[in-house]
Design a protein around this ligand. Structure first.
Ligand SMILES: Nc1ncnc2c1ncn2[C@@H]1O[C@H](COP(=O)(O)OP(=O)(O)OP(=O)(O)O)[C@@H](O)[C@H]1O
Ligand SMILES: [Mg+2]
Length: 441
């Protein structure tokens, strides 16, 4: 059996930078005891660092009651959602008091946890369990979403709820009596008291649409907080943590790392760890960073390669083979150039698909944040995913490509071409923040 020499390397989480975003969330916590509720929407593309930031805030405030839920993991049914919501609200209070009791999500487990805190809360839990039994989904969701406010009031404790992958909440709409799901959520946001929500999501366009939706948009209730790729100094900070001390690497190795990864934290981390492993006792040079990047992209066990495989699967997930082929063809065509006018892309693809289908598929990829569009010109949102798609021929036979200087040269010259275009584009800036890079704004 053919084997790639590239084995996955463990990536231990480190936290650097993000001082502005951290302090914005810190302010949310400082204001809450005074009943000033600053609900926050943390928006950022896949692997940009949302979860790490939320974890860091929790770590730095161990005595503040902070509940945290991955919404995508608890929306298989309104019952599942309600039980998780109740248990996490109670758990946050217990943790803030230094009690790390496990709360079983059974009827008895939830009732006992509530009773240990306050007799009235046990009644509220009983009411929620009653709505579960009655399959009264509208009432259930309303009661569950109000439960944190009840907990906070009864126990006179401020409570912050972090809801990660929030956009997936709409999956609950597949159940009867859930039409007013967002209305119930709005009511929870508007409830006076000392409960604030931080919602986070990687599907930025879907999040925006969700919170801007309808006559009474959720969005006006949220302060947006946007996570972008690292600046070069943050890339350097993360690299320095992984490469240990400054005598271990050339300064331009960190600059190269930033350039190849576009400052995307996950890619910075993965390439830096790979370069560290490759260097052994030697100093890390920019050439070594190139090789580490290539290994991460081409080797089947590279963390970047594994992530990109997942991203591609997500981008092309559909029951229709024709549609899947079309989505993938668009991504592959897009990956070859930096900016592609929509009209040119459509022309290239209408040999196999009808015009309207191609348009529709491009719009889908924009809606899912794989592509961005500005004034009729399309661009990849994630530059490393684009270069991974581009090295597909090299990925077929990783061992041969990795030893082949021409393959490395091809990869780097693709980068040179992208950056040359950046330089030629007067709207671009050195940090790569062109107006196109503005899914978030
Ligand atoms: N502030 C940071 N400091 C150091 N590394 C970071 C930072 N932010 C992100 N990373 C790196 O990026 C990886 C992904 O971060 P994280 O899981 O927080 O992203 P996310 O935005 O929640 O992603 P997803 O959309 O997949 O949920 C981390 O495991 C880490 O390697
Ligand atoms: Mg996350």
């Amino acid at each position: 059996m053919e084997r790639s020499a590239i084995e996955p390397l463990p990536i231990e989480p480190l936290f650097v930078d993000r001082a502005t975003e951290f302090s914005a969330l810190d302010d949310v916590l400082q204001l809450l005891p005074r009943a000033i509720r600053r609900h926050t929407a943390l928006l950022g593309l896949r692997r940009i660092g949302k979860t790490l930031l939320l974890d860091q805030v929790r770590r730095c405030h161990p005595t503040f009651a902070i509940a945290r839920l991955d919404v995508d993991a608890i929306v298989t049914s309104p019952e599942h959602f309600a039980r998780a919501f109740v248990s996490e609200a109670l758990g946050a209070i217990l943790r803030a008091r230094g009690e790390h009791a496990y709360i079983a999500q059974t009827d008895d487990g939830l009732r006992a946890a509530a009773a240990s805190l306050n007799a009235d809360l046990e009644l509220s839990v009983a009411d929620i369990l009653d709505a579960i039994r009655a399959e009264a989904h509208g009432r259930l969701l309303h009661r569950a979403l109000q439960f944190p406010a009840e907990v906070s009031e009864r126990l006179e404790t401020p409570l912050l709820l972090m809801l990660d992958e929030f956009q997936d909440i709409t999956r609950l709409r597949a159940f009867p009596e859930t039409d007013n799901l967002l209305g119930a959520f709005r009511a929870a946001l508007d409830h006076p008291g000392r409960v604030a929500f931080v919602i986070a999501g990687s599907r930025v366009t879907a999040m925006r649409r969700l919170i801007e939706d309808g006559a009474s948009p959720l969005f006006t209730r949220f302060t947006p907080l946007e996570l972008r790729p690292f600046h070069p100094d943050a890339t350097l900070e993360l690299a320095s943590r992984i490469w240990e001390d400054e005598s271990q690497f050339d300064h331009d190795a960190a600059a190269r790392l930033h350039r190849l990864t576009g400052g995307w934290p996950f890619y910075v981390h993965a390439v830096a760890v790979r370069a560290r492993a490759l260097a052994g006792p030697e100093v890390i040079t920019s050439d070594l960073v190139d090789t580490a990047f290539q290994q991460e992209l081409i080797g089947r066990g590279g963390n970047i390669a594994l992530h990109c495989q997942y991203v591609l699967r997500t981008a092309t997930e559909t029951d229709s083979v024709a549609r899947r082929n079309r989505l993938e063809a668009i991504l592959r065509a897009m990956a070859q150039d930096r900016d592609v006018p929509r009209a040119r892309l459509v022309r290239r693809l209408t040999r196999h698909s009808a015009l309207t289908e191609v348009y529709h598929s491009i719009n889908e990829l924009i809606d899912e944040d794989f592509l961005m569009e500005s004034e009729g010109v399309l661009r990849f949102a994630d530059p490393v995913f684009a270069s991974w798609l581009n090295v597909e021929p090299d990925r077929r036979d990783p061992l041969t490509s990795l030893g082949n200087p021409q393959a490395l040269q091809r990869l780097l010259s693709w980068y040179e071409a992208q950056h040359a275009e950046d330089r030629a584009d007067p709207a671009s800036t050195a940090s790569g923040r062109t107006p196109m890079n503005s899914i978030l704004s």
